[in-house]
Unconditional design. Structure first.
Lengths: 473, 105, 105, 473
């Protein structure tokens, strides 16, 4: 009894630390400390579990702990800052698989043991839930990882009758799980167990299939919430309070975070998950639908760009996904520094959903040592936009598309944008006529005061910098 | 009774989770996701119990050990990745309220 | 074990209470106080159990009955008073966001 | 078992309703519905408890429930809107006493029964806590009630060695409670029980004694939090989850609310509870300390006031505690209406801590049918103050005292005020040279553009209205 009290007190403390840590993670100045506090909670929970009276053999546990620590540390240290999203996806998948295995282990333990648990049906239900949700989390996360790491094409995979296939899969899984819960025959139970485990794993894959690569951050946040729910279900399986609390905390906060992320893109969660958004993009981008944009693209050479920039006093740089693709953050930083030395005031305008994950631009620019003070949020820069001499759009598209605020028929209508078109001159860097994530034409490129600097963002900027440098020497 | 109290805990934790995450600035979304992902590695507790169970068979030990390894990767990796991301933000000048150390070039 | 889970519930409810009350406009302070006072009348549950306990003596019955009466006054009075206060606010024109019905004279 | 599951499910639902209700109570548009939802939760909890297997005789319970309902309903319906704060105090006291009785009943049940509870020391501790906190809540609330209802003088009661006496009382209580927990002798336990019950009741009284009547809302909020804690402790006594949850919710949210209220007055909780604030007021108000204010009071007759008001286009009325004392809300409303008919735009400026409870002015003006749209909060009115032709200060003092923003030595320094002094003309209604709640002189009254309209606010205003009416006829 005494030991149980000790362990459970430790669990209570761990839960408190998780709550505090999560709260602190949500505010910039305390975020890092919050993460440490939550890590402290985890340490306490792990140590407390190790002294559990039911835990007798430590060999395997130690092996697992050491292996996990080494692998986790190596990967987390080695991964490049720009590959963070896929790393999180992968880690999340591992968590889901771990929950699945915990559920499975408990199933086999009960099967081999003499004593049946008190509430057999309840235990069977939560085991089934743990395995299903864990499985979906695992394969879904792995798929998201593959898309983000470009091991698989990022485009949504759609085929005829996809919803039908998914429907059948769901029905089959539910049927197997129900059979598992109600049966008293050990053999039937084992079969059912195998079936829904397999189907759950397949489901995770097929459900993420029709979602485009750009929406993966939302999907990962969603799967993160699910991995919390899986842990929570595992908590009900082994009647463990800290699992229930921490799992449920992650589950609930993950859902809220997912919704917040969808809102920033002005889309609903259902739209992200089921619409196959972006699949028809190339087709739409090419032709000229009703309400199309008019005007012409006015290309600009690096020398001309140099002339414009040389005279500018107020410059705003608007980075987008293209900067990440071109890995141009260091050149961008160099450009900003040179312009600054040249007497211009340079700001970076960061749109909340620029790039492919929240904070994507912040992370890249931080990597390139851009001072924090030069970063301005969308709401901060828009009022100043009309006094800007030059806006340099580095591979951004949707986040500077005026259609979002003007064209009610546009699918991104309502998404707040950075009003680059209000600047005196706009220089857009992109490789060609490629559309943005939403697949829409962008009138900004056709405006009289816009000039296109074609080519990979990195090489284009290097050319401009070379010009600027030749001057200052 | 124990089960009912677990449900109670479940309900309260759910509400708490909802309340805690509100008005998070967008650049913190990814670290927050990653940080809470690390917390979901709490399943390590279940994995340890499964791996070391006194009444387990070799099946449970194998499954448990695999679970311990995977969960530990999630936990360790998750916390380190989050810390690295947040470190990025901190390095240059201090955030909003804190005094700014670096000259704006 | 039951006790430990109760402590768990206690902790979570405490955090939840802290999180729930934030940024309440000042004219709602009194109704909020009164409304949460009514909730604290939940002790009526304990009072009922004490008054009707199968293993109680006449002492516990007397104490319990008095407790039931007092707690019930707290509950009923608390909710009605709160409702009356809030009714005051609502009666004239709707609040902030809702459409205003009364002409501003 | 089945019945227990049912009851506990009901308890979970009740807890959820409490959480949702409390959340909704914090926002104006949903507040009333939130209160109903929380009442629904209470109903569910009560009904679920009635079917508890341990509850066998319903005669007394029914009697108690009926009596409580009738008394509660009668009082709550009959009480005047202006007497709400004392009503809340009284109800809160009853709740505390009920928790005390629950603790006592459990003590006697255990005493008379054969079986001792599992964790004797723990049970004894929580019984002691329940009784102590319940007792303090009871007598403290009753004392607050007496002060607010003016059955006792509102001024802080201070005497030499008060802290010493309180210290001894606390020490005695703690000693008795400790004895109660450790003893195994039934007789000693009974004595200790009697001692700390008595001392707890005395403590509630003496702790509230040194606090002035104006601070009673803060004290009531504090005691409200305590009554939640008492219910929570009672929950640990009888191992009841809904008591623990609801009690703890009230305890935590009550503390936060108390702190918010203190902040609005720019004081700390400790200052409110222990400083005897307001006790030295009359002495200080009379004499002229260093840094005193200069200028002269310029009285104004009702006829002159009429002349000023007749010509005004923009009028702001700033009500304060004096309006409540004079019960002048209806006349104020009449004045506003007449001025409105006369072509002026009339607004009411509501300071968050005007009066003696939060929302005091809102409640009074609502009672007098002042349209909601005419009420403007402090932050809304201050920027407009300089375009106001006349500011009518109806019995407000501290909340329009410029010293709060100017004089660093003033005890209310830092409290945000309504900038009445920026209006073109200020008319102040008060009976004489009485100071405000904080006991400070107010330079506003001495400013060149300020006129004093002496007399009870109600009769002064009636005189002004008579003048205005005689004109319009
Ligand atoms: N941040 C998030 O969390 C998140 C998550 C999911 C979805 N999204 C969505 O992603 C979009 C983000 O908008 P965005 O403006 O940042 O990007 P975007 O709309 O995807 O546009 C990227 C632009 O960069 C150009 N580009 C690509 N590679 C380039 C290179 N190497 N050099 C130069 N240019 C290059 C592309 O044109 P070319 O092909 O012609 O070069 C394209 O126009 C939004 O629609 C948002 O809703 C964001
Ligand atoms: N709202 C809350 O929750 C709360 C709670 C605790 C404390 N407080 C404190 O209470 C104060 C409230 O400020 P306040 O400006 O509303 O009031 P105040 O500072 O207390 O001043 C009230 C004024 O009304 C006058 N008065 C009294 N009876 C009158 C009558 N019958 N007719 C005309 N005038 C009358 C008094 O002067 P004469 O005597 O000369 O007439 C006095 O100057 C603040 O200090 C605040 O911190 C508020």
């Amino acid at each position: 009894m005494n030991r149980a009290v000790l362990i459970n007190s430790a669990y209570i403390i761990a839960s408190i630390l998780f709550v505090i840590g999560l709260k602190m993670l949500g505010r910039q100045p305390t975020a890092r400390r919050g993460n440490l506090i939550s890590a402290g909670g985890m340490l306490i929970a792990v140590v407390a579990t190790l002294v559990d009276r039911h835990v007798v053999s430590y060999t395997w546990i130690t092996a697992g702990l050491v292996a996990g620590t080494v692998i986790g540390m190596t990967c987390a240290r080695a991964v490049k800052m720009t590959a963070m999203p896929e790393m999180v996806a992968l880690l999340n998948g591992f968590g889901g698989l771990a929950s699945l295995l915990v559920g499975a282990a408990e199933f086999f333990r009960i099967r081999s043991g003499e004593v049946l648990p008190e509430d057999q049906a309840f235990t069977a239900t939560v085991i089934a839930l743990t395995i299903l949700i864990g499985g979906i989390t695992f394969t879904g996360s792995v798929y998201a990882f593959c898309k983000l790491a470009e091991w698989l094409p990022g485009k949504p995979v759609l085929f005829r009758g996809q919803h039908l296939v998914n429907g059948f899969l769901v029905a089959g899984t539910v049927a197997a799980a129900l059979g598992f819960v109600v049966t008293h025959d050990a053999r039937v139970a084992l079969t059912a167990f195998g079936v829904f485990t397999g189907l759950g794993l397949v489901l995770g894959w097929t459900l993420v299939m029709p979602i485009g690569g750009g929406d993966m951050p939302v999907v990962i946040s969603m799967l993160n919430s699910l991995s919390g729910v899986a842990a929570c279900a595992a908590g009900f399986v082994i009647r463990n309070n800290v699992l229930v609390v921490a799992g449920c905390l992650v589950g609930a906060s993950g859902i809220i975070l997912t919704v917040i992320m969808c809102k920033a893109m002005n889309r609903s969660l259902a739209n992200v998950l089921f619409s196959g958004f972006g699949a028809v993009a190339p087709a739409r981008a090419g032709d000229t639908p009703a309400g199309s944009v008019e005007g012409e693209l006015k290309p600009l050479s690096a020398e001309d760009a140099f002339a414009v920039l040389e005279a500018a006093r107020q410059v705003v740089i608007i980075p987008g996904y293209g900067m990440a693709v071109a890995q141009a953050q260091h050149v961008v930083q160099e450009l900003a520094e040179i312009l600054g030395q040249n007497g211009a005031e340079v700001r970076f305008a960061i749109h909340p959903v620029a790039g492919r994950m929240p904070g994507h631009m912040n992370v890249l620019l931080a990597e390139a040592n851009v001072p924090y003070e030069q970063l301005v949020e969308m709401d901060g820069i828009n009022p100043m936009m009309s006094i800007m001499d030059v806006a340099i759009v580095v591979g951004a598209n949707d986040v500077v598309n005026p259609a979002a605020s003007r064209d009610k028929l546009s699918p991104i209508y309502g998404m707040p944008i950075i009003n680059a078109h209000e600047a005196r001159t706009v220089i857009c860097l992109k490789r060609g006529k490629g559309a943005g994530f939403s697949g829409l034409e962008n009138q900004l490129f056709l405006l009289p005061n816009t000039r296109m600097l074609y080519g990979d963002a990195k090489s284009s900027l290097q050319a401009v910098i070379a010009e600027l440098k030749s001057l200052s020497l | 009774m124990e089960l009912i109290l677990l449900f109670f805990i479940f309900t309260l934790a759910g509400f708490l989770g909802f309340e805690l995450i509100a008005k998070v600035p967008s650049q913190l979304h990814t670290p927050l996701m990653s940080g809470s992902n690390a917390i979901s590695g709490i399943t390590i507790v279940g994995a340890i119990i499964a791996a070391g169970a006194d009444d387990g068979s070799w099946v449970t030990t194998v499954l448990g050990t695999a679970a311990v390894t995977l969960a530990m990767i999630n936990v360790v990796g998750g916390y380190i990745v989050t810390d690295r991301m947040l470190g990025m933000f901190k390095k240059k000048g201090a955030p909003d309220s804190a005094p700014k150390k670096e000259p704006a070039s």
